[in-house]
Design a protein around this ligand. Structure first.
Ligand SMILES: Cc1ncc(COP(=O)(O)O)c(C=O)c1O
Length: 401
């Protein structure tokens, strides 16, 4: 649905050129516009009072006030619309995007899995206001009513395990409900939820769209123009727009989205495969890297290990399974100490940036297994990350002796 840019260009080209029509100066790098307000036309004949227009049509080159639209966020959304195959809108955070989606649908029920705990915070807030009720993500279809929402996070936070989008779309649609896919862990280049039946696609753009751990943003995309118009109108009053500086950084980041994400995903897959083989190795030599890994690690989670699901998974995620995975350590104390023994992993929350992060997940998630560490793989050489991890496992074991 690339409404802008060359219709047939591939995603890497669109990331660089979908916004060409918005170039009004000769700068190759797009300018940063900080103004919140924009001059009306000097020609009185051009002035149309708000009440006299039925549809507040967005002219991408002319803006009124930045709580409605602004040059940098419009440019960011133009590129995202081409990459996401839908009409994209940006928000101040991933959670404000989810909030806007729930305001749009105002459902009676939401069928949702565990996933990112913050999304449950937004659902709780809506429940307080509207009586919205939560259903399990695998509830019988009969429990869904027309207008309800199925919110599927895939791959899921923090494990990085994937779910079959097509199955959940069929279930939702069989009851007149809608499927929202939180595709934060698999941005364009890895997964296109619309292809498998999603009605609305949501992203925390703070992750891969920003990609450098310096932008807070959320994104919604839909292929229905009427929903886009409504979301745009609602956002004017929710006020949850993305800042101009963030949008400008976001455009800078989208230029390299595909290469970043696919390389990060490749790195993760290699690291996961090595760790998983080590954990499963039969009688590894004493003092080998595999023996140290087995002594420290209980289990690894990642979509690349879902071999029984490959018949649908390789179709839905043909270019890789995402850069985030989790490891469950043998002991809680190992999980607490591992980050402090690593050289190339920052111990921090969030994910999706070019630098590798590890988080003892219990630091921000009250319900998670305290032995679990979430890893967001960056652009380092994967062997360096592997060697760093093995050295840290050895240090933990030595300390325990
Ligand atoms: C899957 C998922 N959805 C939504 C969010 C919320 O995004 P934000 O932090 O940009 O509000 C996150 C944040 O970690 C997430 O991981």
């Amino acid at each position: 649905m690339a409404e802008t840019g060359p219709e047939k260009a591939g995603p890497s080209t669109l990331a660089l050129h979908a916004d060409d029509e918005l170039n009004v100066v000769t700068d190759v790098a797009p300018p940063l516009h900080l103004s919140t307000t924009f001059r009306y036309s000097n020609n009185p004949e051009d002035l149309i009072p708000w009440a006299d227009t039925t549809e507040h049509h967005v002219d991408k080159r002319s803006h009124i006030y930045s709580r409605f639209t602004s040059p940098n966020s419009t440019r960011f959304e133009t590129i995202l619309s081409a990459l996401l195959n839908g009409h994209a809108l940006s928000y101040s955070s991933g959670l404000s995007a989810l909030h806007a989606a729930l305001v749009l649908f105002n459902p009676r029920h939401i069928s949702v899995g565990e996933g990112y705990h913050g999304c449950h915070g937004v659902i709780a807030l809506m429940s307080r206001l509207t009586g919205l009720e939560k259903l399990d993500i695998n509830c019988p279809a009969e429990q869904l009513e027309a207008g309800d929402i199925v919110l599927l996070e895939t791959p899921i936070n923090p494990q990085g395990m994937a779910f079959n989008i097509e199955d959940y779309a069929k279930k939702a649609h069989s009851r007149g409900a809608y499927l929202i896919v939180d595709s934060t862990f698999a941005p364009p280049g890895l997964q296109d939820p619309f292809k498998w039946g999603a009605d609305l696609v949501m992203h925390s753009g703070s992750k891969y769209f920003g990609g450098h751990s310096d932008v807070l943003c959320g994104v919604l995309a839909t292929q229905r123009k009427e929903w886009y118009d409504k979301l745009l109108g609602d956002r004017l009053f929710l006020g949850s727009v993305m800042g101009s500086m963030e949008s400008w950084l976001g455009v800078r980041s989208l230029r390299t989205l595909e290469v970043r994400v696919q390389r990060q995903s490749q790195n993760a897959e290699r690291l996961v495969a090595w760790l998983d083989n080590a954990v499963d190795a039969q009688s590894p030599a004493a003092d080998s890297d595999e023996a140290a890994t087995q002594a420290a690690v209980h289990k690894i989670y990642h979509a690349s290990l879902q071999k029984d699901d490959f018949s649908w998974l390789k179709k839905q995620m043909p270019n890789g399974f995402g850069p985030v995975f989790s490891i469950v350590m043998k002991e809680e104390d190992f999980a607490r100490k591992l980050p402090s023994k690593l050289a190339f992993f920052h111990h921090a929350t969030s994910l999706g940036g070019v630098e590798t992060l590890i988080e003892w997940r219990t630091m921000t998630d009250a319900k998670i297994d305290r032995r679990l560490l979430r890893i967001s793989v960056g652009l380092e050489n994967w062997e360096d990350l592997k060697n760093d991890l093995v050295a840290a496992f050895r240090a933990l074991l030595k300390e325990k002796k």
